[in-house]
Write a new protein. Structure first.
Length: 448
């Protein structure tokens, strides 16, 4: 394979930047451009060692750097790898990268370093996917989930399951060769129980993924309510900056304003919307229709009621149109002369955006609606690709159980179990197609 290179730090000015080079010519390229203060070339350095020196483009000094050598196969990619840490200016890092290209390296594609780690057997496919989840983690739960997956916990569980299935298949193959000697594990009732047990373990994996998806991917949350209920004030307080214009004039907010907000373990993709009311203003009416459209695709609706006005018929009609999402009512301005809270079929929370405890109050609301979530070894499914394969395996096992219950021949069940094994092995990339590998890595950042 070609020698690849990329800047692995963000495309922004910082204290340092790092250029990564991987492939058979990596160390040769290092020799060509690096001048160590101790006159030692990268080719003379042991793996996992660093040297301080300078990068020269012919006779022109580009920067003082630290160069680190990783020798195959004991590197992230499994190939000879060099990392050059320079000052974090955009120009200087790109000049060094350009020099590396001129020495024979080619530009790395998205996720190509991790892809090579997978192809060289350093990571399974599920572990490789977890690397990107680790990079994009925005909270403690996401970080824990990513680390569980990166450490191969899902692969271990799937390997245990496939080993058990292969053991059953081996017993079936043995019986087919010696029909007079039926292995005890192939007793009809015992075999059905064993297959059901394996199926239930896969169901548990899938259920835990569905339970944790809110924490992993974030909650699409929309603030809805009548004009001047306090939506924009709540939006600004949760964001920590003034994202929405706040005035006493009804209909101020007309566009959808969205920000990402972290509250404890919860990540909210929070949208402020136009206040809902009867209006003859064409522009405001467009904003109200956008509000309803945003509500339809949301996971969670925070319906804000002005407690000093109370729950109106308009509020009731709006909530009727917001079915299908989780809903909580914020009875805002509860510190003022608030109206009595009516009995409703959705949870209502007295709320005051001006209280110093408003963030704790909001966190309590989220915990009440969504519960808490602690990642563990059985919650390490990280994406829909993995879950779809798990669900496919569940479906095949259900078919196997039905076949056993109606007395089908074991050779038919054997082929079902073999298909389950092949399906589950695709989770970690065994015999997976090139198209699947390409789809996994094309969403990675360049340089990782």
């Amino acid at each position: 394979m070609s020698t690849i290179a990329a800047i692995s730090t963000p495309n922004a000015v910082g204290g340092i930047a790092m250029i990564r080079i991987s492939g058979e010519k990596a160390i040769e390229i290092g020799d060509a451009i690096f001048h160590g203060i101790k006159k030692k070339k990268p080719s003379e350095m042991a793996g996992y060692t660093c040297a301080y020196g300078s990068i020269y483009d012919e006779n022109a000094l580009l920067d003082d750097v630290v160069l680190t050598v990783f020798r195959a196969p004991h590197s992230y990619t499994g190939e000879d790898t060099i990392e050059i840490t320079c000052h974090g200016g955009l120009y200087v890092s790109k000049r060094i990268l350009g020099l590396v290209y001129r020495q024979g390296a080619v530009a790395a594609g998205p996720g190509e370093f991790t892809k090579r780690a997978f192809l060289n057997g350093k990571l399974s496919l599920s572990q490789a996917e977890a690397v990107m989840d680790l990079i994009s983690a925005e909270g403690e739960v996401q970080l824990k989930q990513a680390n569980i997956a990166k450490n191969g916990r899902l692969g271990q569980e799937i390997s245990n399951i496939t080993d058990e299935l292969i053991a059953l298949m081996s017993a079936m193959a043995y019986w087919q060769d010696d029909a007079e000697d039926m292995p005890p594990e192939l007793d009809s009732r015992l075999l059905i129980n064993t297959v059901n047990n394996i199926k239930d373990r896969l169901v548990s994996l899938s259920n835990n993924y569905q339970n944790g998806i809110i924490f992993h991917e974030g909650i699409n949350t929309v603030l809805i309510g009548r004009p001047n209920a306090g939506k924009s004030s709540i939006m600004n307080l949760l964001c920590g900056v003034n994202r929405s214009i706040v005035t006493d004039i009804p209909g101020t907010t007309r566009d959808i304003i969205t920000e990402k907000v972290l509250l404890g373990d919860y990540c909210l993709r929070l949208s402020d919307t136009a206040g809902i009311r009867e209006t003859n203003n064409q522009i405001e009416e467009i904003g109200i229709q956008c509000t309803y459209a945003e509500a339809e695709k949301s996971d969670f609706i925070l319906y804000v009621v002005d407690g000093t006005v109370g729950f109106t018929e308009e509020d009731k009609e709006t909530l009727r149109k917001c079915r299908g999402s989780k809903v909580a009512i914020l009875w805002n301005k509860s510190d003022l002369d608030s109206k009595e809270i009516p009995l409703l079929n959705v949870p209502v929370f007295p709320f005051c955006a001006k209280k110093s405890s408003f963030l704790d109050d909001m966190l309590h609301i989220l915990e009440t609606i969504f519960g808490t979530y602690t990642p563990n070894a059985s919650t390490s499914i990280m994406n829909e690709r993995q879950n779809a394969l798990i669900c496919q395996g569940i479906s095949l096992l259900e078919s196997s159980v039905k076949a056993l219950e109606v007395g089908c021949e074991l050779d038919m069940v054997y082929w079902d179990l073999e298909e389950v094994v092949n399906t589950l092995r695709d989770i970690d990339g065994e015999n997976v197609s090139d198209d699947v590998v390409k789809a996994v890595f094309e969403n990675f950042c360049v340089g990782k």
